[in-house]
Ligand binder design. Structure first.
Ligand code: G3H
Length: 256
């Protein structure tokens, strides 16, 4: 990056890496809340890491959101010469079509010139309906591919921003308030000490499986996400690579 020669960012990267026991931290200059090009830089930095980590028979599970969409924008054919398949990490979690994991997954695969699978699970249905969906062979096959992912790329959101953006019902909103939810990642909501206080009912990757996946890349930036990122990182597994920006990390470090 253009500011690598200034050691401030490198010092900050190492500080965050050690504080949360992460595999690697990459901080891009700027604040993606302020400038859209910083989000593009998050996308570029993520694609560089993906290239470094891809090996063998690759299945990449991805979540949704605007940051994930910025990563898709930076993908080009020739990501790897090895087999590569994109799958959505989890079933529907109430997002608008453009922000859904299925959509991001399809766009990533299209841009990289590789295959993908989608997971059509309805949002907010009863446990019985879920149970019968999971038995459908076409869904079951995708779920099994997700279980074999060797890379996961996910966003991190501010808890209330995400809860409002999804059609979260009144009861769950109250629960999030009472439990002081701060951050969100792939449908799990965390309080400031990293405890899960709420989880969207859906299939696919579950939080406790993340630690068993060789490469986990969490991507989130912007000053407004500093606290959310800190909350999530309290429970992030040590195989996590964080790609973030200065705006987010300045807020995070101020809030200690
Ligand atoms: O789970 C986190 C959200 O998907 C983040 O969404 O990238 O649009 O802020 P965003």
């Amino acid at each position: 990056g253009m500011m690598r020669e200034f050691s401030g960012i490198n010092v900050m990267e190492e500080e965050i890496r050690q504080r949360f026991t992460l595999r690697k931290v990459v901080i891009v200059p700027g604040d993606s809340d302020e400038s859209p090009w910083v989000k593009e830089e998050l996308g570029r930095a993520t694609v560089l890491r993906m290239k470094e980590y891809l090996a063998g028979n690759n299945i990449i599970a991805v979540t949704g959101g605007t940051t994930m969409s910025a990563i898709a924008d930076q993908l080009t054919p020739g990501l790897t010469s090895d087999p590569l398949l994109f799958v959505p990490a989890r079933g529907g979690i109430g997002e608008d079509v453009r922000n859904q994991a299925n959509t991001i997954c399809a766009r990533m695969a299209e841009r990289a010139g590789v295959s993908h699978r989608v997971l059509y699970m309805p949002d907010q249905v009863s446990e019985e309906v879920y149970a019968s969906f999971v038995k459908e062979p076409s869904i079951n096959e995708v779920l099994s591919l997700i279980q074999h992912a060797n890379m996961v790329i996910h966003g991190i959101g501010d808890a209330f921003t995400m809860a409002k953006r999804r059609n979260t019902n009144e009861q769950d909103l109250e629960k999030l308030q009472e439990e002081k939810a701060v951050g969100e990642a792939f449908g799990y909501y965390f309080n400031e000490v990293g405890e899960v206080v709420h989880k969207v009912l859906t299939v696919g990757l579950q939080l406790d499986q993340l630690a068993t996946i060789p490469n986990v890349i969490a991507v989130a930036g912007g000053a407004s996400k500093g606290k959310a990122i800190a909350a999530y990182l309290q429970s992030a597994p040590p195989n996590t690579t964080l790609i973030t920006d200065e705006g987010a990390m300045n807020t995070l470090l101020k809030g200690n």
